[in-house]
Write a protein that binds this ligand. Sequence first.
Ligand code: SF4
Length: 78
Amino acid sequence: MYRRQIVITHYRKKCIGCGVCASIAPHTWEMDDEDGKANLFEGIPNREVVNARITADVLKDNTEAADQCPEGIIQISQ
Ligand code: SF4
């Protein structure tokens, strides 16, 4: 069965640790105890960003998180 590939890109260096993403989409994001920034579950660092695949069932929450992120540093591509 064909599964759509959805990827989140997080410009983590610019994260201010406000916690909005983890509040809206706690299945995808958690706050880092050490530096206070957001982490993507199963995120893979790639130069300046961190990428993670998500499934379609959490796309809606993550789209809202991206819209609400005050720094505009969450991008979703599909
Ligand atoms: S909403 Fe944006 S700035 Fe706030 S913690 Fe998440 S990624 Fe960082």
